[in-house]
Every structure is written in structure tokens, then in C-alpha cells.
Design a protein around this ligand. Structure first.
Ligand code: TYD
Length: 230
């Protein structure tokens, strides 16, 4: 049974687009699902998201950052994900526990075993049944992000409304988009290592391929797993 599907990848990998396409596809087949994201996904989470991705000059220490992501997840799991799963609704989540391992672990250098323990507490033991890792070279992702930001308003303003893919998106580069390329390289390598360690769960997709091609692959995989009752 696929109950929770997460979408992971570096900044600009196109995971949000793919999540939305899969939601449309499943809905068109009469399979209602819930789409959500981290950070965010709850009213409290959206506040935490703004603090975390703050485009201004607020310095956030690495442990503070970690606890904010975990706090966001703890709320999200209990308020949104667990109730949806309990009612039999599949959940599509834009980023989940693997992002913490990739960004705070591989990116910032926080101990991975400790992160796994903390992730278990925050997620109340919930793990994704299937994870799509949208992988592309860092430069490709960053240049897509730059393009997305072109013509955006001054830092600090919010774009998008609730329910839109970009809801609450901060205009101007967020804290992570301002990180150096080496940081993003570590994050990318981290995601790939996680996928190698769990090849059944984490499927790597080449995010440099056209959107429709990536979507086609995702559809096939989801259809197969649904058919197999996995
Ligand atoms: P995201 O919403 O994917 O932003 P974008 O769509 O602009 O890439 O994620 C926001 C940032 O939060 C992203 O750079 C990754 C980071 N992040 C972590 O560092 N740790 C986490 O546990 C999560 C969920 C996200």
C-alpha cells in the first residue's frame, strides 16, 4: 500500500511541479489524495517556514534551524499527515525526513544518527512508503531558481495565496538559495547516498529531463505499485 509519497531534491529540481502533476493524475483517476509540504503544511508550520526562509538578515544557528524544521514536522505529522493516513487518504508530501538528513546532515554536518533519532520523534515513526528524488546538477537547479526569481519583488514580500504551489513563497533568494554551491553539492551527494542505501523506497529521477517525461516515469511507478498493492 502506498500511503505516504514524498518528493525530495535540491532547490530548483522541479519536485513541486511533479507533485502537483501526480496529484492531478491521481485525482483524474478518482483517487483523492492530500498534498502538503514541509516546512509549512499547517498554520504554525507556515509561520515557522517564514522564520526559516526569512529573506532578511536574521542569523539562525544550525541547531536552531534543525529544531525549527523538527518542530514544523512534529506539528505537521500530528495535525495533518497522521489524520489523513488514518482516514485512508494517501498523502503526497513536498519534502519530509530525507530533507533533514540531506540539508542539516550532509549539508550542515549534523550527526546523521542523531538526526535519524530526532526525525523518528518528530515524525512519530511515520516514514514515506515511496520517495521520488528529483536529481539534477546543482548549477541546473540554481539557475532554474534564479530564473524563477527574475522580476520578483524586493526581499521579504510574500507571493502566492494559500493552496497555490508557491503559497507563502518569499520573494528574493531564501536562506538556502543564498548558500554557496559547495553546500548544495553536499546536499545533492547526501540525497544520492540516501537513495543508494534504500533503493526500494527512494527512486532517483533525472530532473534534467523534460517535465512530461519525468511525470510519465512517476505515473508508471505509482501505477505499478498501486496495482501490486504495495
Ligand atoms: P522548499 O519548500 O522545497 O523550497 P523551494 O521549493 O524553494 O526549494 O524548501 C525550503 C528549504 O528548506 C529548502 O531549501 C530545503 C530546506 N529544508 C531543510 O533544510 N530541512 C528540512 O528538513 C526541510 C523539510 C527543508
Amino acid at each position: 500500500m502506498i500511503r505516504l509519497i514524498s518528493f525530495e531534491g535540491g532547490d530548483g529540481s522541479g519536485k513541486t511541479t511533479q507533485l502537483q502533476l501526480l496529484e492531478k493524475y491521481l485525482t483524474s483517476r478518482g483517487k483523492l489524495c492530500l498534498t502538503t509540504r514541509e516546512p509549512g503544511g499547517t498554520a504554525l508550520g507556515e509561520m515557522i517556514r517564514q522564520v526559516l526562509l526569512e529573506a532578511g538578515k536574521v542569523e539562525i544557528s544550525s541547531p536552531t534551524e534543525l529544531f525549527l524544521y523538527l518542530a514544523d514536522r512534529a506539528q505537521h505529522v500530528r495535525e495533518v499527515i497522521r489524520p489523513a493516513l488514518a482516514s485512508g487518504t494517501p498523502v503526497l508530501c513536498d519534502r519530509f525526513t530525507d530533507s533533514t538528513l540531506a540539508y542539516q546532515g550532509y549539508g550542515r554536518g549534523v550527526d546523521l544518527d542523531m538526526l535519524r533519532r530526532l526525525n523518528r520523534v518528530a515524525s512519530d515513526g511515520i516514514t514515506p512508503d515511496l520517495t521520488f528524488l528529483l536529481d539534477c546538477p546543482v548549477e541546473v537547479g540554481l539557475s532554474r531558481t534564479r530564473q524563477r526569481l527574475q522580476g520578483s519583488k524586493p526581499p521579504g514580500l510574500l507571493a502566492g495565496g494559500p493552496g497555490s504551489g508557491q503559497a507563502g513563497r518569499l520573494e528574493g533568494p531564501d536562506r538556502f538559495e543564498r548558500e554557496k554551491s559547495e553546500f548544495h553539492q553536499r546536499v545533492r551527494m547526501g540525497f544520492l547516498e540516501l537513495a543508494r542505501a534504500e533503493p526500494e523506497r527512494i527512486l532517483i529521477l533525472d530532473a534534467t529531463c523534460p517535465v512530461s517525461e519525468v511525470h510519465e516515469k512517476i505515473r508508471k511507478i505509482v501505477d505499478e505499485r498501486l496495482k501490486d498493492g504495495q
